[in-house]
Design a protein around this ligand. Structure first.
Ligand code: C2E
Ligand code: MG
Ligand code: MG
Ligand code: MG
Length: 285
């Protein structure tokens, strides 16, 4: 098709490129102002223990409501925010928001649920990241045992020792550390042992076809054994069907997160959901 258009193709192509470039510039500009304009909010997706059926915590996920474009999904803006460095301001906002939320739950007697949040490799690179994190939660009066930090497999593999030491120190202070999207990066298995980790989150691509493929099940089973071997808990995310959840339970997966029992929710819905839904309701989902 491209060739048949001959000379026009060049024009069309650069026109599209120019438009894409413009859109990107617009996104960058809008992102830079989005924190101050209050355009972000967090949604919470519950995590369920497969053994007990109890909700053990939640992952906080970022949502951006653009004044003109409406909701923009993280896949459309996180990478741009990382490339421009805006992710640092956004990441600080995420931590402050999680801290404020946990502090308000303490006050309301909502119990001490743990909330996980995602940390970008760009944030980890900054020398002041860990002091800031500690300051934000300390000022809110929130204990480190109420937070879980999610770092992607690729980021963790590339961390310098000093960053791993900081992570280990947080962990000793009670924070939970999770390795996110496990199975998509190129893991150095030997290094896995050296990471200060509590949990490993399986990438959805690994569990996608476990109901139909024996090979897929074998792979997940082997990963579960590996994760057990380094004394971590295994979390499966993006679990969409009861059949997937059943297989994961049989294979010894500890925790699941996914549309099968709950989508990410705004805070009020999350609190209502966790207090009203019974364990029976949840496992019947
Ligand atoms: P992630 O940390 O791996 O988060 C899990 C993603 O899976 C979320 O997408 C969640 O909505 C989605 N999900 C949960 N259950 C299901 C399911 O059953 N089926 C399917 N198909 N998807 C499910 P979301 O919210 O669009 O976030 C995408 C990614 O954006 C996250 O992946 C994370 O890498 C990044 N992200 C989100 N919030 C933040 C943040 O506050 N900071 C940073 N740095 N990154 C974030
Ligand atoms: Mg995550
Ligand atoms: Mg993930
Ligand atoms: Mg991801």
């Amino acid at each position: 098709r491209a060739k048949s258009r001959g000379g026009h193709q060049h024009c069309l192509f650069s026109d599209e490129l120019a438009q894409e470039h413009l859109r990107r510039l617009e996104t960058e500009k809008a992102l830079a102002e989005a924190v101050e304009r209050g355009e972000f909010h967090l949604v919470l997706q519950p995590q369920l223990s497969l053994a007990s059926g109890a909700v053990t915590g939640a992952e906080a996920l970022l949502r951006w409501r653009h004044p003109q474009r409406g909701p923009v999904s993280p896949s459309q803006f996180i990478q741009i925010a990382e490339q421009t460095g805006i992710i640092n301001a956004i990441g600080d906002w995420v931590m402050s928001e999680v801290a404020a939320m946990l502090a308000s739950w303490d006050e309301k007697g909502e119990g001490s649920r743990r909330v996980a949040f995602n940390v970008s490799p760009r944030q980890l690179e900054r020398p002041d990241f860990f002091p800031r994190l500690r300051q934000i939660f300390a000022e809110a009066g929130v204990s480190l045992s109420q937070i879980e930090i999610e770092i992607t497999e690729t980021a963790a593999m590339e961390c310098p020792q000093a960053t791993l030491d900081e992570m280990a120190e947080l962990r000793r202070g009670g924070a939970t550390i999770a390795l996110d999207d496990f199975g998509t990066g190129y893991s150095n298995i030997a290094r896995l042992r050296q990471l200060p980790l509590d949990r490993v989150k399986l990438d959805p691509s690994l569990i996608h076809d476990i109901t139909v493929s024996e090979q897929a099940r074998n792979v997940v089973q082997a990963v579960i054994q590996l994760v057990r071997g380094v004394e971590c808990e295994l979390v499966a995310e993006a679990v969409e069907t009861v059949a997937q959840a059943d297989i994961l339970r049989t294979m010894g997966c500890d925790t699941i997160q996914g549309f099968v029992f709950a989508e990410p929710m705004a805070e009020p819905e999350f609190l209502a959901w966790t207090s009203h839904a019974s364990i029976e309701d949840r496992s019947a989902a």
